[in-house]
Design a protein around this ligand. Structure first.
Ligand SMILES: CC(C)(COP(=O)(O)OP(=O)(O)OC[C@H]1O[C@@H](n2cnc3c(N)ncnc32)[C@H](O)[C@@H]1OP(=O)(O)O)[C@@H](O)C(=O)NCCC(=O)NCCS
Length: 190
């Protein structure tokens, strides 16, 4: 049985450079700073924010999910400055199968410094240790190989290509499916 209580609580997760915490309305300017970037939005299912009111709408949506105990995202805070530089969280959680899917995005200013790998490892730790999940999935568009690199660095294994799995920004896109199982996590070497 999985422990959704600890998810509902969404504990703060700390890593050497990051603090994963619940978002608040005060984060709107930070979210807008990177979410208006079309490059950040290219391979995710949301559109680049056109104004800070889009960022506020996103935050209100996330706060509603916290309140109703639905799967939601942590804000990724850069400890050095306290700024929110991205988000990571569970898209869905299935109690019956003890499974969940994780998704994430990061400000372009911070790409290629191992930051999402650090954040994803913390969420995977929480998924297996805190929530007692058995399987954690993630998927990325085939044309977004950096995300696949993050998944592999976190011990996730490629399971296949889902052809035209998603309709994103005007076209059907192929998606790569990854997952890590509890048994693999227990014998991880990283
Ligand atoms: C994808 C994303 C999360 C990666 O975050 P990040 O913090 O830069 O990731 P890391 O630095 O931990 O690792 C990135 C890896 O991708 C590799 N990489 C970067 N660009 C690449 C490319 N074009 N092709 C192949 N690999 C690439 C890097 O070399 C690095 O691997 P390495 O450590 O083995 O060298 C970030 O770019 C992002 O948020 N993009 C926009 C939103 C998004 O795409 N979210 C994911 C949706 S599935």
């Amino acid at each position: 049985m999985i422990f959704t209580d600890s998810f509902v609580y969404m504990p703060e997760l700390n890593t050497p450079r990051l603090r994963l915490r619940r978002l608040t309305m005060r984060d709107a300017a930070d979210i807008y700073h990177y979410s208006r970037d079309a490059e950040v939005a290219r391979h995710v299912l949301w559109d680049a924010h056109r104004s800070i009111s889009d960022s506020r709408d996103y935050l209100r949506y996330m706060l509603r999910r916290y309140r109703s105990h639905e799967p939601a995202s942590w804000g990724i805070e850069w400890r050095q400055t306290g700024e929110i530089i991205g988000t990571i969280g569970f898209m869905w959680i299935q109690s019956d199968n003890s499974a969940a899917e994780v998704g994430y995005s990061l400000s372009r200013d911070f790409w290629n410094r191992g930051i999402m790998t650090e954040a994803l490892k913390a969420v995977i730790d929480h998924g297996f240790m805190g929530m007692n999940l058995n399987r954690i999935e993630a998927q990325h568009e085939t044309t977004n190989p950096a995300s696949g690199a993050v998944m592999r660095k976190c011990g996730m294994r490629h399971e296949g290509t889902l052809r035209q799995r998603l309709y994103n920004k005007g076209r059907y896109v192929d998606v790569e499916l990854y997952a890590i199982l509890r048994s693999e996590y227990s014998s991880r070497t990283y």
